[in-house]
Design a protein around this ligand. Sequence first.
Ligand SMILES: C[S@@+](CC[C@H](N)C(=O)[O-])C[C@H]1O[C@@H](n2cnc3c(N)ncnc32)[C@H](O)[C@@H]1O
Length: 206
Amino acid sequence: MSETRRAFVILSHTGPLTPDFPLADLPGSAGRMDILCRCATEAFLVSHGIRRDVLLYFVIRDRLLIRLDGERLRYLNPDERSTAALIKKAIAMAQGNPPGKWKPSTPGIHARWGDLATVRAELEAAGFSLYILEERGDFLRRVELSERAAFFLSDHKDFTPEDLSHLEGLSRISLGPRSLQAQTCIALVHNELDLREAKWTSASSC
Ligand SMILES: C[S@@+](CC[C@H](N)C(=O)[O-])C[C@H]1O[C@@H](n2cnc3c(N)ncnc32)[C@H](O)[C@@H]1O
């Protein structure tokens, strides 16, 4: 995790805690697993490659954590069904695993029982500065970000008061006036950070 410079944490309020969901019904009986899969695609996949400097966490119902680490990640493809199969395997690995320990699943994917506070503590311990992505925050382009930035997003539902109590004290960043889908937010943040890293300005050209 030492080289990782970007992290995204998706709060899933309806996702599955057990692996017995059908891959054929990700938006329905799998509790909007389709959102998590699209977030994984946007977090990691670029044209013909994987962003190795990214960490992605899913916090499912504030009880189950899945961590995808770009440094070691394998088998992630653009289709939602195969991504859901990887997450399903990780959820299966967590069953029977004692709380407090990450359990490896496929390369780059781990699962454990834990909550949002667990993820916050882990990211802070790894030296990340933490931000909430929220429609009513400060506009991203005007915000100075730390070298290691982690962004918390909600799924199709608003952050709950309990979620926000775990995220107390964090700055809120907005990507614009429209409420966007979570995966679009990840793409926009990546693009802004890519531009900053490459020192592109509006006067630059390729
Ligand atoms: C589909 S939205 C959440 C649903 C929406 N709040 C609602 O209940 O109608 C998913 C998440 O993406 C992030 N998000 C969406 N639009 C955003 C924006 N304009 N700026 C920053 N974050 C945004 C927030 O974290 C939000 O919770």
